[in-house]
Design a protein around this ligand. Sequence first.
Ligand SMILES: Cc1cc2nc3c(=O)[nH]c(=O)nc-3n(C[C@H](O)[C@H](O)[C@H](O)COP(=O)(O)OP(=O)(O)OC[C@H]3O[C@@H](n4cnc5c(N)ncnc54)[C@H](O)[C@@H]3O)c2cc1C
Length: 392
Amino acid sequence: MNEFCQRARAWIADNLPHDWRSASAETHGEQEFLAIRRQWSRMLYEAGWLGLSWPQQYGGQGLTLLEEAAFAEEFAAARAPDFINRNAVGYIGPTLIAHGSDAQKQHFLPRILAGDDLWCQGYSEPKAGSDLASLQTTASDCGDHWLVNGQKVWITLGSEANWCYLLARTSTDRPRHRGISAMVVDMNSPGIEAVPITTITGSHEFSELFFTDVKVPKDALLGELHGGWKVAMTTLGYERSINFFARTADFRHEVSEVAELARRTMRGDRPAIEDQDIAQRLARCSEEAEALRHTIARYLPIWAETRAPGAESSVIKVMWSEAHQRLMELALDILGPYQQQRTGDGAEGDGKWPLGYLFTRAETIYAGTSEVQRNVIAQRFLGLPREERPRD
Ligand SMILES: Cc1cc2nc3c(=O)[nH]c(=O)nc-3n(C[C@H](O)[C@H](O)[C@H](O)COP(=O)(O)OP(=O)(O)OC[C@H]3O[C@@H](n4cnc5c(N)ncnc54)[C@H](O)[C@@H]3O)c2cc1C
């Protein structure tokens, strides 16, 4: 593994332009940052650093999740920008590997790694978020095609993606969880409208999607008919675990950056780090970063063997998202009166701390809220009784 890490570190050092380190939409502007991420993805793909644990026949490297985690560490240490297709490489591709037909895998997987296709994930609806099984978008069987009707909301990359991995109801007669199917939908199909939503950070990273009589070919089904719940749970397992390798690795570096911020920011005539409260909160963040690292290290060999992250992924998700919120709150407290300033004199790091703070509000929501993760942990780890829910 040491040899692998050294090779990864050397490649990043030789290839990552200096100006791209710690790049963000704030430092480069939304469009330029998107272009950087596209180009960076292409470079990573061509050098064989994307899809490390994917089968070689689909453009991957045939390695394990151990290498994926090790690469995420090197990536974070270099403060490299995120690649464009993180959702597809991190969890939609692995879902296709687990449930896709041979034709779907042959067609889509290499294109995901090459960045040829951008994907979005169509789960949430106005009346189906945490209670995903109550989704109402329908896919009616019309003989030689499906006809999709309904509305999705909060869809990351919904306006940019050219493919959507969609959950739709294919039966209203069966129990809720067993009447849902997963399918892959071409976003250029007639009848799809994407309406961007502006977030609290001012970006347009997600959209509402409206499907009106959208014709979808029969072979777009992903997994078994009415088996969409199983496919969806596979995705969530990956989304809450492997996809967070990079974020948890980033977190450790952010703790060091906040410590540095506390050293150079003055509170009266003393650096903020000499304030007892600041120092103790920093120490807690640092402990949380280490705890996360060790928790992932404990689960990694299990995931590497089974390739199927289970309920443990909820532990990682809830630990990371809540610790990250605490860290960003701390950064703002250190900045004091300058905490609101994202540009101009006195704005620290191009406004990355207030921006980071705002973005962390979303982290305890997407990929399943903290409350929902705790329900999973309570039931699957602690063996507590299931909560009362509508009967299936
Ligand atoms: C940045 C971001 C990106 C997203 N990207 C996507 C995407 O690409 N694709 C997609 O499909 N969705 C996406 N989402 C939507 C996300 O999956 C949902 O917001 C999330 O599942 C919560 O659903 P909801 O918003 O409907 O809230 P609700 O489910 O209505 O929850 C409201 C509150 O009630 C609590 N609650 C609900 N049920 C329970 C329960 N059983 N026990 C205890 N408390 C409960 C929740 O914790 C929450 O605090 C994204 C969201 C965000 C913020």
